[in-house]
Ligand binder design. Structure first.
Ligand code: C2E
Ligand code: CA
Ligand code: CA
Length: 543
């Protein structure tokens, strides 16, 4: 007998036909478990090759050879048939099976009738479609999203549940996930290695978090230790596959296991046929939702890679804050930078990078031009609170809470504008100006009031201190208090001539009130102009 050893590429190719026909290629089954309940939720079929002379060969050696030599499809169909045979055996013997997943190589995807071929086999063994899942890898999407999308649609059309294998292995994971309508995600712990407490853990929890937003069940595979399993459970991922529970088992051992352990179906979310339920996805009650724990306002989740941003999710309140009549889909479909001008985009990107660096929440205010079919174009100012929530390769994942501060900004701008005008005018025309906050009774004087009349920068409890210090003469105090009362009650303008300071210099004092959207008086803007000699009703003449 020859020694057991790894076979060469040539040997694999030469012995392939025999291997298929003589059963040297066979299948082992690795259980998928619910770590929370200890029940089995499914199993994965894995290909094995035992050469009569060279012994056990492993997929990592022969799968690439089969792929390269256009033999993988035949091998996969052989695996598929073995799985159907096993399921038929279970059904015939009255053993309740679990769904078995089969691996679909990306070369199977390229072959356009592969799905039809497995359907023929499934029908031949009369296996309910729900008992077979298909695993496709994220890398299948490389070089042809359309092809994968078509195959996925076809599989779904027949009723297969499709699992995305090796999720997190490629840097494009997030985009692929967003675009491919898969039913289950398999997260390989081996790709996300690193200490669980450190970066590895952060990535895993961000990814699990994201799968939750997509409302897609996730299975952690390659789980070897109880610590890993408990960690996954702690971040809301109960489904586990790995050596911790079981190595891949030969058919007889697997059947025994099926007998011994209870089964359960994967949680209902698995049967999702609609892409997602946006309401559930943003359910503020779902406490696992790390990000939305304490927050109830508008929020967006987006990825950022080399200057490019892509919106993954927005909630309803986000749409409301932005104030446009657009659907979530429409918002997600457009380039997020489209509504920014150069300056505002720079500002936003700077804040993103700052947030990535600091790990803290960073804030910025940016103007954007939004447009929609119904509302036309509009300029809005959004205050964003941005926080990094994860990384996948070079790709950064952020969430941002948003507030529409357009009205606030416009008011401020108007105020700045009027203040500027007022300042300029006052320099020329001996005008003194101030404003009174009607909530707090604080008065803020202009620099002239401060300079010429010795008014401090803020006067609390206005106007009392200025009555006390004699700026308003005592005989005018009650009249002036009554003005303030009228203003607070909603009078828009009020004016009159008041002799100011102990010198009783006549001033034309005038107030204009500012209201909020509900008509509540917010501020009163006061001004005082020196009355020139010939003005008719000099107050002192009244006395
Ligand atoms: P995969 O689909 O990601 O399969 C999981 C692999 O991880 C299996 O390796 C499994 O034995 C191994 N594994 C499971 N639990 C653990 C664990 O706790 N720790 C570690 N270190 N490994 C664990 P296997 O069977 O060697 O398969 C390797 C790859 O070969 C598979 O990766 C899959 O991509 C491919 N493959 C296997 N069977 C088939 C098949 O029938 N068809 C196709 N197209 N590809 C297959
Ligand atoms: Ca797999
Ligand atoms: Ca895998």
């Amino acid at each position: 007998m020859e020694e057991e050893r790894r076979m060469t590429e040539q040997e694999f190719i030469l012995s392939f036909e025999d291997a298929v026909s003589c059963g040297h290629i066979y299948v082992v089954y690795q259980p998928k478990m619910n770590h929370n309940t200890g029940r089995m939720i499914g199993a994965e079929a894995l290909m094995r090759w035992r050469h009569p002379a060279y012994g056990m060969q492993y997929p990592s050696d022969f799968i690439p050879v089969l792929e390269k030599n256009d033999l993988i499809c035949q091998a996969d169909l052989c695996v598929f048939e073995s799985v159907c045979r096993l399921l038929r055996k279970c059904l015939d013997r009255g053993i309740v099976p679990v769904p078995i997943s089969v691996n679909m190589s990306r070369y199977d995807i390229f072959r356009n009738n592969y799905v039809d071929e497995i359907e023929v086999i499934r029908k031949k063994y009369d296996i309910p479609v729900k008992l077979i899942h298909v695993e496709i890898t994220e890398s299948s999407a490389i070089g042809g999203m359309e092809l994968v999308t078509d195959v996925l649609q076809k599989l779904h059309g027949f009723g297969y549940i499709v699992e995305m294998d090796d999720f997190g292995s490629g840097y494009s994971s997030l985009n692929v996930l967003k675009d491919l309508n898969v039913d289950v995600i398999k997260l390989d712990m081996r790709f996300l290695s690193g200490s669980i407490g450190g970066r590895g853990g952060t990535i895993i929890s961000a990814v699990v978090q994201m799968t939750k937003w997509l409302n897609t069940p996730v299975i952690a595979e390659g789980v070897e230790t109880i610590e890993q399993a408990d960690y996954m459970k702690s971040i809301g991922c109960n489904y586990i596959q790995g050596y911790l529970y079981s190595k891949p088992l030969g058919e007889e051992d697997f059947l025994k296991k099926l007998y011994q352990i209870d089964h359960e179906p994967v949680a209902a979310a698995m049967n999702m046929t609609t892409h997602m339920d946006a309401d559930k996805f943003w359910d503020p009650e779902s406490l696992e939702t790390l990000i939305f724990n304490n927050y109830v306002g508008g929020a967006v989740i987006f990825t950022y890679l080399k200057g490019k941003a892509e919106i993954l999710r927005v909630n309803k309140k986000y749409i409301k804050e932005i104030g446009m009549n657009m659907s979530e889909k429409e918002i997600m479909a457009c380039d997020p930078w489209k509504c920014f001008d150069e300056l505002n985009m720079k500002k936003y990107k700077k804040t993103i990078l700052l947030a990535a660096q600091s790990g803290e929440e960073e804030t910025c205010e940016t103007w954007r031009t939004v447009c929609s079919k119904t509302c036309g174009e509009d300029r809005i100012c959004i205050r964003s609170f941005i926080r990094l929530i994860g990384r996948a390769g070079e790709q950064l994942i952020f969430y941002a809470m948003v507030q529409n501060v357009t009205a606030e900004k416009k008011r401020f701008d108007e105020l700045m504008d009027s203040e500027r005008k007022l300042r300029a005018a006052s320099e020329h025309a001996n005008i003194y100006a101030w404003e009174v906050n009607l909530d707090t009774n604080d008065m803020h004087p202009c620099f002239r009031c401060m300079r010429d009349l010795n008014v401090p920068p803020v006067v609390h409890d206005y106007p009392e201190p200025l009555i006390e210090n004699g700026l308003f003469p005592p005989d005018y105090a009650d009249m002036y208090r009554d003005w303030m009362r009228q203003i607070k009650e909603g009078v828009g303008t009020i004016e009159g001539i008041i002799p100011l300071t102990v010198g009783r210099i006549p001033f034309h004092v005038r107030y204009t009130t500012e209201f909020d959207e509900n008509g509540k008086p917010l501020k009163a803007y006061g001004s005082a102009t020196l009355v020139v000699d010939n003005e008719a009703n000099s107050p002192d003449r009244k006395e």
